[in-house]
Design a protein around this ligand. Sequence first.
Ligand code: SF4
Length: 375
Amino acid sequence: MHLYCHIPFCVRKCAYCGFYSVYAPAATVAGFPELLCREFSLRNPDGEVPRTWYLGGGTPTLLGAEGLTRMAELFAPFFPVVGLEEWTIEANPADCSSAVIDAALKVGVNRISVGVQSFDDRLLADMGRRHTASVSRDLLRRLQSAGLDNFGIDLITGFPGETDESWLYTLEQALECAPKHISVYALSVEPHTVLSYRIGKGLVATPDDDQVMNRLKIATIMLNEAGYRRYEISNYALPGYECRHNLAVWHGEDYLGLGPAAASRFGDRRWTNAPDLKKYGGALASGEIPPAQSDIRLTPEEDAVERTLFRFRLGEGLDLTAAAAAFPVLADRLRAWDKVLRKLSAHGITEPIPNGWRLTPRGFEVCDAVLAELS
Ligand code: SF4
């Protein structure tokens, strides 16, 4: 199984962000690793050992050097934190001091994903980010000098005010920093955010779908030419540097999510913790499992569909023969999928692979519609 920890702290909210995070005093942040560890013991009584560990957020780097060291100390009795197949932390350039990097590498973190988002300072300011492009460049240089081989960056396209020129500049700068992994997300306007307020008031325009699609295409061309393989709709990596944790999730493996708002899929259950730090801490203080926002027990067929369908988000696609062997309950459905996917190939949306199908670049553009048709 794979372990995810949601670190739900942010100094302030970015204009577009729909993730659960809160501002909290230093003492609350310092005590948070204990809560995660308590939840881990309660959720994992059989002592399953994770293959990968991912600290996302929120802002994991707000834990600081002491918090990361504490995380490693607390979890070490449960599994070997040094030498995990992959241990990723998300880093905010605004909070990633050299002390944090040194502590992370010392305790066993072997992959860092940096929330760069853009190399355009005007856009970064409008997004409400606390860093500038030069802070990101400096952090990426420091990661290299610290000897970390496996680091990636996240970029967003489509924020109001972005131009084709600024997007090209961001991509060029990203390539110059030579990360091993680049995630490229199209902006999604989440409800109850500063951005949705600005759009609602007519202060800025909704992102133009065609423009965003065009910028994603430009990213695919430039990144492919630089040797990055698009292994998932929004993710590109140099060969061998794909994010193993996320790949495992997309491959349908079990993952346990700890922390408020964290999602889990374990056996035939899928649940999401309530996005409420107070209730989360209160429950764990009384030795109880934190309250869930949703908790669903899936039928064998629903479970198999969920573990299979995400393969279409991946460049590798779905091997129908392997899926039929792994999930006999899906036999009829896989035959029906085969027919639909064959039809879609006539429109350039799918293409055959040995024993199965994958989406083409055109297919990735309409992936949600394809998945809706299949599910
Ligand atoms: S730092 Fe990340 S999690 Fe925090 S508000 Fe900004 S986008 Fe959201």
